[in-house]
Design a protein around this ligand. Sequence first.
Ligand SMILES: [Zn+2]
Length: 404
Amino acid sequence: MHPVVKPALRRGWRDLHTVQFGMTPAHAVTLGPVDTATGSLLDLLDGTRGLPLLREEGRRAGVPPRQVDALVQRLARAGLVDDARGGGPAADALRGRPGVLERLRPDLAALSLLTPEPGGAPARLAARRAQRVRVHGAGRVGALLASVLAGAGVGEVDVRDAGRVEPWDVAPGGLPAESVGDRRDTAARAAVRRAAPDRPPRHAHSPGSGAEDPGLSLVVIAPRDDVAVHAPDPLTAAPLMAAGTPHLYAGVVEGTGVVGPLVLPGESGCTGCLHRDRADRDEAWPRLVAQWQSGRARRGGACDLALATTVAGLAAAHALAFLDGGAPSAAGTRWEASLPGLRWCARPVRPHPECDCGAAQRGNREHSSTDGRQRATMAVQRPSTVRRREAVAARPTGTWRAHV
Ligand SMILES: [Zn+2]
C-alpha cells in the first residue's frame, strides 16, 4: 500500500491537536487528538512512499514505526486515506494510460470522497470503463448527456434517435451547429467521441435483434418530444422492463426540467405506476394524456438552453451515481425545476399496487423483512443505502463529521 491522504480534501488545524479534513459539511471530517510529531507525518502520505519507507522516514523524525502504522490505520478507518497503487488490475490498467487518468483526475478525486476504503476510488473509476449505457433521444438534453457520461469515463455510450439534426437541437457540448442536416444518431455519436477520444473499443453485440441488449448497465430516455417527457409512454419502456434493464428519464417540458424517475424494474416505481397514480388523483389525466399524445409533435417546444444543459448534467450525475453503485435520489422520484425559480422539487413515483411491474408487491415483502443486508447483497448493481449507513456507523472513535 502507498497511502495518500485524500488530496480532494483541504487540510487545516482547528487547534493544536485537531485536524479538519475538508471544507464543506457533506464530506468534512475532523481527526483528533493528533500530536505535532504525528501530524508532521501527514505531509509524507502523498502516495509516493510505501509503508517501509514511511516507517523509515518516521523514525528519522522521531516517530516510532508502530505510531506510523497506527496513523495510517486510523486515517484509513476514517476514510481519509487512499492507496495510490490500489484498486486492482483494472485500476492498474487505467494507470497505464496516464493521458486518460489526467483527464479524469477531478472525477477520481470526487469518487475518493464517496469511497471510504483505500483503492476504492480508482477501482470505481476503472469500473466505469466496463459500463455500457444507451441514450434514447439526441436533442438538446440527450446528446449532451451522452457526451457527459462518456467524458466522465463510461466506457460505451451509444445514442439512438431518428431523423436529421434541426437547428434547435444544437447545444454546447451536444450537437454542434455544423451538424445541422446530418443524421441525429450519427452526429450524437460523433459528439460522444469528441468528449472522450480515449474510450475503450466497443464490445461486439448483436444489434437488430429487436430486443433490448441485456448487457446494458443503464438506458437513459431523453425524449425530444415534450409529451413523452411529461407523460412517458410505458410501452416505450416495456422491453426494458421485460429485460430488467434500469432506466432513467430526463427532459424538458414547457419550461420545466425533469430528471427521473430512475426505474429499477420490479423494485422502484415505473412509468406504469406513475400513470396509475396520476389517474387516481386526477380522473381527467388519462383523457388529457390521450389528447396530448394524439396531437402533432411541436417543432421546438419551450426548452430553455440553460435549463436543458442543467437537466443533462443532473441526469448524468444521477446516472453515474447509479453506475458507481450508489443510491441516487432519482430512484422512485422525479426531480423537477421550473423557470424562473429553478428550485428543484421532488415528486415521488410510488410503486402502484395495480401495476404489473411488481414494485409495490416487492415493497410490501421488504417492509415485512428485517434483513436489509440480504437485500443489498442479492443486488448486482442496486443502490446500496445499507452500505452507506454502514459506512457512517463504522466511523471510528476520534473522528467525527465536521460541523462547518
Ligand atoms: Zn410499475
